[in-house]
Write a new protein. Structure first.
Length: 93
């Protein structure tokens, strides 16, 4: 099984990351977790351009499903995510 986290830690793979990444985020993500992620990405992948789209969770989820965004930081929805959608819980209440 391919794990993106492990691939990013592989220096040969990490050096090849370039282009544009379209990421959506809820407002709390933009001021909370996203700045640290952006800093790390820009240091490790200087040829990667990250576009940030702020919106509500449901809108972001729909935009990921439609292919308008590559990923999103959202709150856990009250419905089942698509089977292909990976998730990582950064914080739970």
């Amino acid at each position: 099984m391919f794990c993106l986290r492990e691939a990013w830690q592989d220096r040969s793979f990490a050096a090849a990351i370039r282009g544009a990444l379209r990421v959506g985020s809820i407002p709390n993500g933009i001021t909370g977790i996203l700045p640290r992620i952006l800093m790390a990405c820009s240091e490790q992948h200087p040829d990667l351009v990250i576009d940030i789209a702020p919106a509500r969770s449901l809108d972001l989820y729909s935009r990921v499903l439609d292919g308008q965004l590559d990923g999103a930081i959202i709150v856990r929805p009250p419905f089942q995510l698509a089977s292909w959608a990976g998730s990582c819980c950064a914080r739970s209440r």
